[in-house]
Design a protein. Structure first.
Length: 199
């Protein structure tokens, strides 16, 4: 006994509001032992709750890491277009044909075909004179040859079909005229229109 205060050296008897099975903890302050206000059962429950919170946090943190891992890469689509474009250019050779003697497969023009359609294209030839060279009312018939078409009468359209795209493909347009001594004098001509179109 010191200064009228007993020094507690052992566990005290059960206090009011505590379980006899779990005596209160002793807390020491200034050398004196005092009973804890929280009993043993409460302390165990607190530890369980704390452990459960730690486990829950760990699970949530792991889930966030998985989500982050799934977002560490991505894709995008780069898009572009190419418009269909078909063009034809014609080089007029400026040839003067001898209609009296006649000519055979004379190159009168060079045609350059360009069409980027993957399904190909068609190229067609039409004659303003219906397949005739004309001078006033006089007319002299002729035929045309182009690529693999030979001696086509241009009284009707001459059409060729390509199966693939082509870029700068050049072919000769040729004409054939039978000779004749009964030709009426004059300057004869015809206009051929060349058209290209995607399939």
């Amino acid at each position: 006994m010191r200064d009228g205060v007993d020094k507690v050296i052992g566990a005290p008897a059960a206090l009011s509001g505590t379980s006899p099975r779990h005596p209160p903890y002793l807390s020491y302050r200034n050398g004196l032992a005092k009973p804890s206000t929280r009993d043993f059962g409460e302390d165990i429950m607190f530890k369980k709750i704390a452990a459960s919170a730690v486990i829950t946090f760990a699970i949530l943190a792991a889930g966030q890491q998985v989500q982050a891992a799934s977002d560490n890469s991505g894709t995008l689509v780069v898009r572009g277009t190419v418009e269909t474009n078909c063009t034809v250019s014609i080089q007029d050779m400026g040839v003067q044909l001898d209609l009296t003697k006649g000519v055979n497969n004379v190159v009168v023009g060079k045609v350059t075909e360009t069409c980027n359609d993957p399904d190909g294209y068609s190229i067609s030839f039409t004659s303003q004179g219906g397949g005739n060279l004309k001078s006033g009312n006089a007319a002299v018939a002729y035929t045309a040859s182009y690529d693999n078409v030979n001696h086509q009468d241009l009284g009707s359209e001459m059409r060729l079909t390509r199966k693939d795209a082509a870029f700068g493909e050049v072919n000769d347009l040729k004409v054939t005229v039978k000779g004749g001594s009964d030709r009426v004098a004059g300057a004869y001509s015809d206009i051929i229109t060349v058209t290209i179109a995607a399939n």
